[in-house]
Ligand binder design. Sequence first.
Ligand SMILES: *[C@@H]1O[C@H](CO)[C@@H](O)[C@H](O)[C@H]1NC(C)=O
Ligand SMILES: *[C@@H]1O[C@H](CO)[C@@H](O)[C@H](O)[C@H]1NC(C)=O
Ligand SMILES: *[C@@H]1O[C@H](CO)[C@@H](O)[C@H](O)[C@H]1NC(C)=O
Ligand SMILES: *[C@@H]1O[C@H](CO)[C@@H](O)[C@H](O)[C@H]1NC(C)=O
Ligand SMILES: CC(=O)N[C@H]1CO[C@H](CO)[C@@H](O)[C@@H]1O
Length: 439
Amino acid sequence: MSGEISMIGSVILALFLAGYLGQQYLPPPKPRVVGLDLGTTYCSVGVFHPGVGDVEVIADRQGRKSIPSAVSFTLTEVLAGHEAMDLADSNPQNTIYDAKRFIGKVFEPDLLEQESARYPFQVVNNNGSAEFQVTTNVTFTVSPEFIGSRLLLKMKKMAEDHLGVPIHKAVISVPAEFDERQRNYTIRAANLAGLEILRVINEPTAAAMAYGLHKVEVFNVLVVDLGGGTLDVSLLNKQGGMFITRAMAGNNKLGGQDFSQRLLQHMMEQVRQTLGVAATLEEDIHRLRQSAEEAKLNLTLRTSVDVRVPLRLRRAETPGAPEPPPAVFRTTITRQAFEELNEDLFQKILAPVETVLAEGRLAKEEVDEIVLVGGSTRIPRIRRLIGHFFGKEPNTSVDPDLAVVIGVAIQAGIMGGSWPLQVSAIEIPNRHLRKVNFN
Ligand SMILES: *[C@@H]1O[C@H](CO)[C@@H](O)[C@H](O)[C@H]1NC(C)=O
Ligand SMILES: *[C@@H]1O[C@H](CO)[C@@H](O)[C@H](O)[C@H]1NC(C)=O
Ligand SMILES: *[C@@H]1O[C@H](CO)[C@@H](O)[C@H](O)[C@H]1NC(C)=O
Ligand SMILES: *[C@@H]1O[C@H](CO)[C@@H](O)[C@H](O)[C@H]1NC(C)=O
Ligand SMILES: CC(=O)N[C@H]1CO[C@H](CO)[C@@H](O)[C@@H]1O
C-alpha cells in the first residue's frame, strides 16, 4: 500500500520535474490571453510573458501604449483610436467618444437628454438605452457596445501584430461600480470583436495587482483613481489571496480637465491684464488651452515653466472696431501658483477617501497600502495631500496610466496558465455595494 503511494508519488514528481525542466529549456510559449483596459478616454492592451515573468503593454507602430477611446465613421471606413481622434475636429458629429459612460446602462429620458447635450454627436434614446446617431451618406445608429467592439478589435490587432499569433481570449477590466448588466454589455462588446472573455475584473483590483499586492501580506488597500474627469476611490480587503471591494466613493465631476481649466482662466486673465485685450477668438482660446494643458503636465516634473503663446487677438464680437495687433503672450507659471489655483479642488479628493474609510469601518492607520491610478495622480501636490492624510507614502512606482492594464495582463497570465501559477480566483464579487457620489 505504502509502496503504491510512493510510486504514485514518484510518478507525480517525475511529471512535475519534466514540466519544470520543460519550462526551463523550451522556449516559453507565446501568450494567447491578453489583458484589456477599455477606458473612458484611453484604452490599452497588455500581455504577461511567462518566460521573463513580466508584463508588456503593447505599443502601436508609433510606440504609443494607449489609444484614445474614440471611433469615427466616414463614407468609406470606421476608424478607431488615434486615427479617429484626428477626425474629431473635422468630423465631430460622427466621431464618438466616452461610449463607456453609456454601455449597458438604462437611462431616464431626461438624464439621457442632459448627457447628450454635452457632446457634439447625437445620443438617442432607444427604450432607455443610449445609441449614437451617425450620418455618412446614410443615417444609422450604433450602440455603445459596438463602439467598444471597434476599440477592442483595434487592440486585438495590435496584440496579434506584435505577438505574431491569433488572439481569441482576453481578460477585461471594468469600473468597480459596474453592475451585472454593464458587465454583460462589456463582454458583448468583446464578443463582437471576436474575443472570448475569460474573466472580468474590477479596475481597482487590477491596479492593486500591478503592485504585486496579491502576492504579499496586506489586508486593506485603498485605491485612488483620478483621471481626466472623474475620481474613484475604492477600499479593497484581501482575504486569502482574494480581493473584495469593501466600499466605493467618488466624484464624477473632478479630474485633470478641471485643473487645466483653472490654469486657462488664470492665463486668460493675465492676457487681459498684460496685453489689454481679452482673448475671445476661438483660435486663440484653443492655443491658450493647449498651452495650459502642456504647462500642467510639465509642472509635475519642474517647479516652473515659461509659456509663450502667439495670439491673433481680434475682437470677434465688434467687427467694426479698430483691430488690436497680434501679440505674443509670455508668462512664467510656477508649480506653487498652479497649486494655489487648484487647492480647493485638490482638497475635494479627501471627502470620498473619508467616506470609504467610514463605510469600511476602518481607521486610516489600518490602511496597509495606498495605490494611485490615473494621470492626475502625477501631480505632486495630490501625492503629498494623500501621503499627509495617511501619514505614509502612497505607492507610485507603476505608471499611473498603465497600472490597470498591467494588473489585467497579470490576471490574463494567470488565466492563461502561465507558470508560476499564482492564486487564480482573485476577486469576490460584491453585489450589494453602491458607490457614494460627491459632485
Ligand atoms: C455610401 O458611400 C459608399 C462609398 O462611397 C458607397 O460604397 C455606398 O454604396 C454608399 N451607400 C449609399 C446607400 O449610397
Ligand atoms: C422596452 O423596455 C421594457 C423594459 O425594459 C421592455 O419591457 C419592453 O419590451 C421594451 N420595448 C421595446 C420596444 O424594446
Ligand atoms: C448577464 O449575463 C448572464 C450570462 O449570460 C445572464 O445569466 C444574466 O441574466 C445577465 N444579466 C443581466 C442583468 O443582463
Ligand atoms: C514642456 O516640456 C516639453 C518637453 O520636455 C517641451 O518641449 C515643452 O516646450 C514644454 N512646455 C512648456 C510650456 O514648458
Ligand atoms: C512607498 C510604498 O508604499 N511602497 C510599497 C509599494 O508596494 C510594495 C508591494 O509590492 C511594497 O513593498 C512597497 O513598500
